[in-house]
Design a protein around this ligand. Sequence first.
Ligand code: NAI
Length: 346
Amino acid sequence: MKKTKIAFFDAKDYDKQSFMDSDIKGEFDVTYLETRLTSDTVKLAEGADAVCIFVNDDINKDVIDELVKMGVKLIALRCAGYNNVDIEYAYGRIHIVRVPAYSPYAVAEHAMALLLTSIRRIHKAYIRTRDFNFSLSGMTGFDLHGKTVGVIGTGKIGRIFIDICRGFGMNVIANDKFPAKDSGIEYVSLDELWQRSDIISLHCPLTDENFHMINAKSMEKMKKGVVIINTSRGGLIDSEALVEGIKARKIGAACLDVYEEESDVFFHDYSNHIVNDDTLARLISMPNVIVTSHQAFLTKEALTNIADTTYDNIRSFFADDKCPNEVCYKCDKAGKCPQAHEKKCF
Ligand code: NAI
């Protein structure tokens, strides 16, 4: 049987391991490429049936045209978010599938790990005690119990994060474009969420509509000392405004797993380089900012699910003519879950 050829972009050692460990790998002929898929590298997909991509590959109109010209039929995202793909332009030209859920627990738990690390100064304590400095000066945190957390986006990850917060005895308020019915969640307007929250955690996708939803204006409405957690997409926060908000002591702490200009630096080792991004450098230099390198998803369970679902998506598309995890611009616009259908969108 002819194997389906996959050009696998932005491949890291942990990606390769999980894809090579998958039980269904035998049906595919995978070429692992370290480079990202961009207009400059798209030619490397020549001869492939599908490309497999991640969060920072740049699938613009040119890349889509080139893929179509080369006969590539499918873009398989091995992640949930798809803001890096021009889905509107792709409609009718090339199909796109994603992994809608691989481990919402991984991301929600990472959000809580960042929050606890930040407010209990664990990152500081770790460094101090390794240097036999047992002083507690400057280490005062605050209880989560009784605090109000504002959750934006109450989908798979947001709902799990809410459950975790409730376990800590926190009051939860939320905002979602499509509030979940009968969920017992107290939905409020964004303005009310900014005003009432001690902690704000972002769990919505990045769209044109909510780009920079946390900006100078929304920060003005927030409580002094608010903690902001972003494990969703960097573009949800205006980073320069965040720096100013922290300098003005309005923002008490920021926990960032994502950053709007992350594609230039994240996932690479720049420890021996001068990083040119002054905003990122300023954020990292602040004692109340924690940055992780888009690692919220990175658990064994998530990697296994990503590999299995990606292979399943590609197999369904080519062998069974089905596309249950298709990302379609029309479904997206209508606000309906793209996973609600089995057949291809066009
Ligand atoms: P989901 O699709 O289950 O939930 C997203 C929720 O956001 C939905 O309820 C939707 O109605 C809501 N929403 C959409 N637009 C909104 C807006 N403008 N304002 C408020 N709510 C809005 O998605 P899931 O699986 O919970 O993932 C959420 C996000 O987490 C993803 O879009 C992705 O950007 C990010 N993510 C980050 C990872 C990481 O490693 N840091 C890994 C996986 C996902």
